[in-house]
Design a protein around this ligand. Structure first.
Ligand SMILES: [Zn+2]
Length: 226
């Protein structure tokens, strides 16, 4: 059993993956919902992304989590299905574009270990919700932990200044929030993020990735130029 108020690790300078893919699909109908419960970011969403916040829903299914967005109470970027849902093991739900600011942490919440203690965490973070009841009998499935780690690796590959992986409970501790809860295997999750191997990248891409493979010289025939 872990202490969710202490769940955090920082991504090292070395070891950033080059490419990671995630099996994400829009939650049906969410494109009509997210514009009302997210807003545009005030600054460059690529270079200013500093953190990923790990949440658990305290509910039993994805629909329950999405209903919170429909009701305009909160929003998040990805939703990881529970083991009793047919999508488990297959896909994660995209619920807001990464470029949009989602409301998954209170504006006043902050921690000195995370981005210099800055508040307004939503401005510079992404939020992942894992469907889990946070009860002693509802364990996180291996796949839920693995795919959440892969989403974080995808973010690590994509955002050059991403550093902090942190629980909601550390940023805004009990009695306000305790997620993702004592049962979340944080150390195993951290290991999967830092040393993940299945990044879903086809060999043809992996082989091509080297400075030597960059095309050289100027061609007037190779591409449509402005
Ligand atoms: Zn949360």
């Amino acid at each position: 059993m872990g202490d969710p108020t202490k769940y955090q690790f920082d991504l090292p300078a070395a070891g950033r993956p080059e490419n990671v893919t995630i099996p994400e699909f829009w939650y049906p109908g969410i494109k009509e919902v997210y514009p009302h419960i997210t807003r545009s970011r005030n600054w460059d969403p690529i270079t200013n992304m500093k953190a990923v916040v790990i949440h658990a829903t305290e509910g039993s299914d994805s629909a329950g989590a999405v209903s919170v967005m429909v009701e305009g109470k909160a929003s998040f970027h990805w939703l990881v299905p529970d083991e009793n849902e047919p999508e488990h093991g297959q896909l994660v739900w995209a619920c807001s574009p990464e470029s949009r600011l989602a409301f998954h942490v209170r504006d006043i919440a902050r921690h000195p270990d995370v981005n210099g203690g800055a508040n307004n965490v939503n401005r510079w973070s992404l939020g992942i919700e894992i469907v889990n009841a946070q009860t002693p009998t509802d364990a996180f499935s291996d796949w839920q932990v693995e795919i959440t780690a892969r989403i974080v690796r995808y973010c690590w590959a994509k955002y050059p200044n991403l550093k902090h992986i942190v629980s909601h409970a550390k940023l805004d501790p009990p009695p306000h929030r305790s997620d993702p809860g004592k049962q979340f295997p944080w150390e195993h999750f951290k290991e999967l993020v830092l040393n993940g191997t299945d990044d879903g990248v086809p060999d043809v891409v992996r082989k091509r990735h080297s400075v030597k493979s960059m095309p050289k010289g100027i061609s007037t025939k190779g591409a449509c130029t402005p």
